[in-house]
Design a binder for this molecule. Structure first.
Ligand SMILES: NC(=O)c1ccc[n+]([C@@H]2O[C@H](COP(=O)([O-])OP(=O)(O)OC[C@H]3O[C@@H](n4cnc5c(N)ncnc54)[C@H](O)[C@@H]3O)[C@@H](O)[C@H]2O)c1
Length: 288
């Protein structure tokens, strides 16, 4: 983070850091009690940030908060249903009151259940929108207010999905929300630039988290083989790998990066239809 006063002379360039250290900064991570959120929390704490995390599940949130404290950093957990706008706003206020500042926000709350759109109820699609899209809008507005008042700049990272960038049959509303996150990221990168708040999105695919494990516990060897054939790196990503990318994006090492959507997918989006042939490392186009 740059600690730049937005009123500074335009000819000056901000101080540039050559490491990812975040000492003295406060990071807020939504749905930080498991999976990608937990990976982000731990990566930011390892770089020296104090951590606020919100999660609907108290046991998970308290477990991760304890892990942060064991690294010597402060942790503040607020049990929150991020789909509840009032609760999400209240949570950000509590965090600002507790730490007196917010420098980093990771909008990670989200998820979806598979259902064909023609069979999806309005209640279900509204729940998807509230959890994936509205939670980000609420937390962004509330946390950016704190960042702007602090005049120290900041960084917001929105955890979208590879589904934001491609079709997702069975996940149409989830994918539309994630595409909305990517669009919102670009607009905020412009609207918040005068306050030295940078805004990014990540588009992960196949990160090994508790959320995905039940699916792969039931998957056949053929399912796993076909997954590993379309991912050029031939494996899933880890929570720690996601966290370290967020740590880089929010750090002074990335001080001139703003408004990007970065696929975190082992090269899957680059392959665009190329996969490995079954039982082989040979690349083929549009193989079944
Ligand atoms: N795992 C992947 O491969 C992958 C791929 C693309 C996008 N994502 C996105 O990453 C984010 C995290 O996914 P994950 O795989 O780590 O999930 P996960 O299921 O492993 O963990 C989700 C966490 O969110 C919490 N949570 C659930 N509902 C909540 C709510 N209403 N309010 C607050 N917290 C809530 C849960 O208690 C849990 O701690 C989601 O936005 C998801 O869409 C994940």
């Amino acid at each position: 983070m740059l600690n730049r006063d937005p009123a500074m002379n335009e000819a000056q360039t901000p101080e540039h850091r050559h490491d990812c250290r975040l000492d003295g900064q406060v990071a807020l991570v939504t749905a930080g009690g498991n999976g990608i959120g937990e990976g982000i929390v731990m990566a930011l704490a390892r770089q020296g940030a104090d951590i606020a995390l919100a999660d609907i599940d108290a046991a998970s949130g308290e477990r991760v908060a304890a892990a942060v404290r064991s690294l010597g950093r402060s942790a503040f957990f607020v049990q929150t249903d991020m789909a509840d706008t009032q609760a999400a706003r209240g949570m950000v206020s509590q965090v600002a009151e507790h730490f007196g500042r917010i420098d980093i926000l990771a909008n990670n709350a989200g998820g979806g259940r598979p259902v064909a759109f023609m069979e999806q109820s309005e209640r279900s699609w509204r729940r998807h929108i509230d959890l994936n899209l509205v939670s980000m809008l609420t937390a962004t507005q509330a946390a950016a207010e704190v960042m702007i008042a602090g005049r120290r700049g900041g960084c917001i990272v929105n955890i979208a999905s590879s589904e934001a960038l491609r079709a997702a049959p069975g996940y149409a509303v989830y994918a539309a929300c994630k595409a909305g996150m990517v669009s919102f990221t670009r607009s905020m990168a412009l609207e918040l630039a005068d306050h030295d708040i940078r805004v990014h999105a990540l588009a992960p695919d196949m990160i090994d988290t508790p959320g995905l494990r039940p699916y792969y516990a039931q998957a056949s060897a053929a399912d796993i083989d076909s997954r590993d054939r379309y991912i050029p790196m031939r494996r899933m990503g880890t929570m720690d790998e996601m966290g370290d990318i967020v740590a880089f994006l929010v750090s002074g090492m990335a001080s001139y990066l703003n408004g990007v959507t970065l696929p975190v997918d082992g090269g899957a989006s680059a392959s665009h239809g190329w996969t490995r042939a079954p039982g082989s490392r040979k690349w083929v186009l549009h193989h079944a």
